[in-house]
Design a protein around this ligand. Structure first.
Ligand code: GRF
Length: 205
C-alpha cells in the first residue's frame, strides 16, 4: 500500500535494537516514514527474525555468494530499487560500504555509531571510551561516506561516563540515546530539514 511516507531500508547484522526502535517510531501517527525492507548480511541476525515477526519484507543476502563487494552491493541495490527506497539506515550493519552503494545513494545513507565522533570510530567504541578515561561519551547519527564512521555528523547525544562504568553499562546508557535520536534524524530527513554543506549538516528550523 502506498502511503506517501518516506520509504526506508534497514541494513543490519545482529541484535537489531535500533531497528526495533525505528520500527516502533514508524508506527506513530505523526511519523513521516515507514520501513519498506530489512536486509541482513547474517542469516542468524536476531533483527532479521524480528523483521519477519513484524511482517516486514526481510532479506538475507550472503556476501560470500558474490565474487566481489561490487557485485554484492549491486545485489543490495536491486532489492533497494524493488522497494523504491528513499533512505538507507545502517543499524548495526557490520560491513564497510563501498562507492558502488554510496554513489548510487549519495547522501541518502545514514549510520548510528556509539561514540561522539570523530572520537572512537570503528569497533568497540564504548570500550575505547572507557579505556581512554573520558568523562563523557555518547552516540552520533551521521551521513555515510567512503571512510569508516567518517561522514558528516547530523546529531549527537552525550552521556556521562561514570568511574565504575564497564563497556556494558556504558553501552546500555548510550543505546537508549541511540534509540531516541536515530528516529528523530529520520523524521528531520523527511521533513527536508537536513542540509548537507560539505562536511557540515545544518538542521533547518
Ligand atoms: C549499536 O551500538 C550501534 O551504534 C552500532 O551497532 C550497534 C547495533 O546495535 N552501530 P543493535 O543491533 O541496533 O541493537
Amino acid at each position: 500500500m502506498k502511503t506517501g511516507k518516506g520509504r526506508i531500508a534497514i541494513l543490519l547484522s545482529g541484535r537489531g535494537s535500533n531497528f526495533e526502535a525505528i520500527y516502533k517510531n514508524s508506527l506513530k501517527t505523526d511519523s513521516l516514514f515507514e520501513i519498506a525492507v530489512v536486509i541482513s548480511d547474517k542469516k542468524k541476525a536476531r533483527g532479521l527474525a524480528t523483521a519477519g515477526e513484524y511482517g516486514l519484507p526481510a532479506y538475507f543476502i550472503r556476501p560470500r555468494d558474490y565474487l566481489s563487494k561490487h557485485e554484492y552491493e549491486e545485489s543490495l541495490i536491486s532489492v533497494l530499487e524493488k522497494y523504491n527506497i528513499d533512505l538507507i539506515c545502517l543499524a548495526g550493519f557490520m560491513r564497510i560500504i563501498s562507492p558502488t552503494l554510496i554513489r548510487r545513494y549519495q547522501n541518502r545513507i545514514l549510520n548510528i555509531h556509539p561514540s561522539l565522533l570523530p572520537l572512537f570510530p570503528g569497533l568497540d567504541a564504548q570500550k575505547q571510551a572507557i579505556d581512554a578515561g573520558v568523562t563523557e561519551s555518547g552516540c552520533t547519527v551521521h551521513v555515510v561516506d567512503e571512510g569508516v564512521d567518517s561522514g558528516p555528523v547530523i546529531m549527537q547525544a552525550a552521556v556521562n561516563v561514570n568511574k565504575d562504568d564497564t563497556a556494558e553499562s556504558l553501552s546500555a546508557r548510550i543505546l537508549s540515546e541511540e534509540h531516541r535520536i536515530y528516529s528523530e534524524v529520520i523524521n528531520l530527513y523527511f521533513l527536508g530539514k537536513l542540509k548537507i554543506e560539505g562536511r557540515k549538516v545544518k538542521i533547518l528550523t
